[in-house]
Design a protein around this ligand. Structure first.
Ligand SMILES: [Zn+2]
Ligand SMILES: [Zn+2]
Length: 228
């Protein structure tokens, strides 16, 4: 409710360029760095040529069959995601869904979303992953089901190493009985640790195939000031 009021009261400006009247303008949306070109089929990391496993995911046990993302998590996307997550700018969910649905095909599986951590749940009713899943569900005309629950508080992943992230989210989710194939939606794929933990819970709950879809993906070589 608070974010609805803020939407009405605050003058709207594009979060990226400051252009008045919108939360993000068409020019800035169009300029977001799309993940194009050869990628790893499994984890979506950009590669020199198409591969089924890459340096980033080879040897890792991942509970999801593949992960796909629409844009590179660079500085411009970081600013947008920050405004989306922390300022609760609701129109950005729709904008992120438009960009994601343009970039990725969908085969009709129901969507599930990564639930918010305790800190975020306490802070605000706004939850980007759920909002993105709802917007994508409407665009792809598929149901969105709320199957996942966090069992542990799970400290924020920000600033942790891969090993720490894995330990932090291990066993962090439980899932209600899952359809055999689902697509797990989240806002940002950083190391895949959260997606793996959530997909593990879905697999334990009956899913035979879990795919992951995120709006943005962290890519080595692109540096940002903080990790989401
Ligand atoms: Zn703009
Ligand atoms: Zn890979």
């Amino acid at each position: 409710m608070a974010s609805v009021l803020l939407d009405l009261l605050l003058p709207q400006r594009c979060v990226a360029c400051g252009f008045p009247g919108v939360q993000v303008c068409g020019t800035c949306l169009g300029a977001l760095p799309r993940l194009r070109g050869p990628r790893c089929e499994r984890c979506c990391a950009p590669t020199a040529w198409p591969v089924r496993r890459c340096l980033e995911c080879a040897g890792r046990r991942l509970a999801f069959a593949r992960a796909r993302s629409a844009v590179v998590y660079d500085e411009s996307v970081r600013r947008l995601v920050h405004a989306w997550k922390d300022r609760g700018l609701r129109h950005l969910s729709a904008a992120a869904a438009v960009v994601t649905a343009e970039a990725l095909e969908h085969d009709g599986e129901p969507l599930v979303f990564v639930p918010p951590d305790a800190e975020r749940r306490r802070g605000r009713g706004h939850h980007p992953a759920a909002a993105l899943a709802r917007e994508l569900g409407a665009r792809w005309d598929v149901p969105v089901v709320s199957l996942l629950t966090r069992t542990s508080g799970g400290a924020r992943q920000r600033g942790l190493t891969l090993a720490e992230r894995r330990a932090n989210v291990r066993g962090a989710f439980t899932a209600a009985r899952s359809p055999p194939a689902v697509v797990l939606v989240d806002d940002v794929y950083t190391t895949g640790a959260t997606a793996h933990a959530a997909a593990s819970a879905l697999r334990r709950a009956g899913a035979r195939r879990v795919e992951v879809v995120t709006f943005a993906r962290a890519v080595r070589g692109y540096t940002v000031t903080t990790q989401a």
